[in-house]
Design a protein around this ligand. Structure first.
Ligand SMILES: CSCCC(=O)C(=O)COP(=O)(O)O
Ligand SMILES: [Mg+2]
Length: 226
């Protein structure tokens, strides 16, 4: 029995192209000015320090950290520090209406239906928790945050590490076998399965379902056995 659904964002609820072609360029363009303008904010300072630590940069200049972070955006590095800073920058774009977060057409209705059935819904994404909240508060289908009971990011641990899923199960007080994890990345599903969660692979182009794969594979949320 599935009582709880844990979902990834990019490639699962939402298109990869919205993240890569809208969100990433928006943050890339504004990151240098953001670091200069907000570099003394303690929260920003904390994450700049974490980024420098991650890169083992000793006494890096602000420009060196900017160059590092821009390089990480280009490389789609799933750095917790970068994701925290990106989330802060994206806030303005949502507030000004420059973009709304893409969600696939069936997603909002399925989330609401699962919630109406009594299932608890959670998000686990490489995007920071504040970025996840912004994303679902400003989706093309309206404010979807009332659907979710909580959010997890890589502060809980890497998405390809089984221990992260054990921590989430403990945090939400659900038996792993009752949690269904949804993702477009097989390695994330492998880690979740190793922790005892149920898994479903989202392959938005059905022909991309791997033959004989280890995870149930569907093209959209309507095909998920929830
Ligand atoms: C919170 S939206 C931004 C998504 C993002 O930055 C990202 O890296 C998406 O990764 P996911 O784990 O959702 O595939
Ligand atoms: Mg994904």
């Amino acid at each position: 029995m599935i009582t709880t659904i844990l979902t990834d964002i990019e490639g699962t609820t939402s298109s990869i192209s919205f993240v890569k072609d809208v969100l990433f360029p928006y943050a890339r363009e504004r990151l240098p000015a953001f670091v200069v303008t907000h570099g003394d904010d303690p929260d920003v300072q904390h994450w700049l320090h974490e980024a420098a630590k991650e890169a083992r940069l000793v006494s890096a200049s602000r420009q060196e950290i900017i160059d590092l972070l821009v390089g990480w955006i280009d490389a789609d590095r799933k750095s917790t520090a970068l994701k925290a800073l990106q989330g802060m920058i994206w806030k303005d774009g949502y507030a000004s209406g420059e973009y709304r977060a893409h969600v696939y057409p069936e997603v909002a209705a399925r989330l609401r239906a699962w919630q109406a059935e009594g299932k608890r819904l959670y998000v686990y994404s490489s995007g920071s928790v504040p970025a996840q909240r912004l994303f679902f508060a400003h989706s093309e289908a309206g404010d979807l945050t009332p659907c979710f009971s909580g959010y997890f990011d890589t502060e809980t641990g890497p998405k390809r590490d089984a221990e992260s899923y054990r921590r989430i199960a403990t945090a939400i007080d659900a038996p792993p076998a009752e949690i269904l994890f949804l993702s477009d990345i097989v390695e994330e599903l492998d880690a979740a399965a190793a922790a005892g969660l149920q898994t479903t692979l989202l392959a938005r182009a059905p022909s991309t379902c791997p033959a004989g794969g280890a995870h149930r594979c569907v093209a959209d949320f309507d095909a998920i056995d929830g």
